[in-house]
Design a binder for this molecule. Structure first.
Ligand code: ADP
Length: 472
């Protein structure tokens, strides 16, 4: 227990650096609101890009027919088809298939990657399971979810700014990704076209809104994080003079870039400095799944080195800093967010699951007291993450309410959530909800429903293809 006494000043410091009392959360929510306004006022006006989705037709429920969705966002891509039956029947049937992208294609040419995608789509489109009413004649329409930074120029076109998440494909940056896909489909002799290019957050909002008119905001909390919401066109001041300003659209906030006033620790700063994008995506680095495990690893490493948390042993696996490659492909040396989650589910009095997980993940034996410290570190980081995400959501809601009194508060408002972190981490979910309730107060927060909308983005993209159909 001597080791734990040594570790406790480090733990205390960590806990105080991560504190998120209501005044801190309120300042962050207010800063989020202010940054949203700055990004709406002019291009590059604030940390949040506030990207126009060009979605002006939200799904109504009347959409009918067969539509496809294609989702490229990481090491897998998914194709989906959905038969829409209009107001009464809604989604009659869906079928989907997931394919993994061979690693060499992540470092190949644009043609190779898009040819691979188009051929997967062609195979899927030509498989007739007999369940679908496949029309002949009309070109089939696709909603294309593409989760990389894109400068959208219309609902059906957008220029790739840069690849992220380990992709280094040559010849795509600066090009219209819809054109790249269309050309590849032509090479495959595939008679389909992209009617909507959508960000995954936007797809989630559209998919959830199809079932529930009170959905106003969508948030992704997975490996990374992002949020979007429904905005009045006349509130997008950077558009002034460019467009007829009535109606509304979806704004993709790219809120991962936010950083104003976040409570950070030495471990956050070191992780950021060692990351592939230092100084960027600070909100994402404090709240999303890719990073929570890594922050914990750095804290435990310091405790192992400076306070002999594991009896003077500093295991190699604990000292190896994560690399993107390790996280994406090897998943070996880093402590991953699902490990934190598994440890936090240990209800046994001797914390035997934590002992086993620490053994598996970093190769150490631990005393009971050390396990308690580990648990405390996990909880501190996850609590901060969940509460900050909650403050971000309140920032968006209060912006909407300030511009249109009565739009959000005092009536039912739904925030659609998706992503593995939110889905699988009960403590994170609880901390997020608590922060929203503390900030809004018991009355207003009663009407704010935070709802998990699982895999809504695929259906959402297909619905946006339908709502923006070239043939109806
Ligand atoms: P992505 O965001 O990569 O498109 P997901 O939405 O499925 O995909 O999120 C995956 C992420 O969710 C993982 O990187 C991990 O951080 C987090 N996650 C997955 N499972 C769990 C779990 N059991 N506990 C905590 N976090 C998890």
């Amino acid at each position: 227990a001597g080791d734990v006494a040594l570790a406790s000043p480090i733990l205390e410091r960590l806990r105080s650096d991560c504190e998120t009392p209501v005044p801190v959360l309120r300042r962050i929510a207010d800063a989020m609101t202010a940054d949203m306004r700055a990004g709406l006022a002019e291009e590059g006006g604030g940390e949040l890009k506030m990207i126009l989705s060009y979605v002006t037709a939200l799904p109504t429920g009347n959409e009918k027919g067969l539509f496809y969705a294609l989702d490229l966002g990481g090491t897998n891509f998914r194709v989906l088809r959905v038969q829409l039956g209009g107001k009464d029947q809604r989604v009659i049937d869906t079928e989907f298939e997931q394919m993994s992208i061979p690693q060499e294609l992540m470092f190949g040419t644009s043609e190779e990657l898009f040819d691979f995608i188009a051929s997967g789509l062609a195979r899927f489109a030509h498989e007739d399971s007999g369940r679908f009413d496949l029309p002949s004649g009309l070109k089939q329409e696709i909603g294309f979810t593409f989760s990389f930074p894109v400068k959208q120029t219309a609902i059906d076109s957008g220029i790739l700014i840069k690849w992220t998440k380990g992709f280094a494909v040559s010849g795509t940056a600066g090009r219209d990704v819809v054109a790249c896909l269309n050309e590849a489909m032509e090479r495959q002799g595939l008679d389909m076209r992209v009617s909507a290019l959508v960000n995954d957050t936007v797809g989630t909002l559209a998919g959830a809104r199809y079932y529930d008119d009170d959905v106003m905001v969508a948030v992704i909390l997975g490996t990374g994080t992002n949020a979007c919401y429904i905005e009045r066109l006349d509130a997008i001041t950077k558009l002034k003079g460019l467009a007829p300003l009535s109606g509304s659209t979806i704004i993709n906030t790219e809120w991962g870039a936010f950083s104003n006033g976040l409570p950070l620790t030495e471990f956050d700063r070191d992780m950021d400095a060692a990351s592939i994008n230092p100084g960027e995506q600070i909100f994402e680095k404090t709240i999303s799944g890719m990073y929570l495990g890594e922050i914990v690893r750095r804290a435990l490493l310091k405790m192992a080195e400076a306070a002999e948390l594991f009896g003077g042993i500093v295991p190699d696996k604990l000292s190896a800093p994560f690399t993107l490659r390790q996280v994406l492909i090897l998943q070996l040396y880093a402590i991953l967010t699902p490990d934190l989650c598994a440890m936090q589910q240990d209800n046994s009095s001797d914390l035997e699951d934590i002992e086993r997980i620490l053994g598996d993940v970093i190769g150490v034996h631990s005393t009971w007291c050390a396990r308690k410290v580990v648990l405390n570190v996990c909880d501190t980081i996850v609590k901060r993450g969940g509460r900050l995400a909650g403050a971000g959501i309140v920032g968006i809601l209060q912006k909407m309410e300030e511009d249109s009194r009565g739009l959000i508060f005092g009536k039912r408002t739904v925030v659609a959530m998706d992503g593995g972190l939110y889905e699988h981490y009960p403590q994170y979910r609880r901390y997020l909800r608590e922060a929203v309730t503390e900030l809004l107060g018991p009355e207003a927060s009663k009407h704010v429903i935070i709802e998990h909308s699982k895999d809504g983005s695929g259906i959402g993209a297909a619905l946006l293809a339908a709502a923006n159909s070239k043939y109806v």
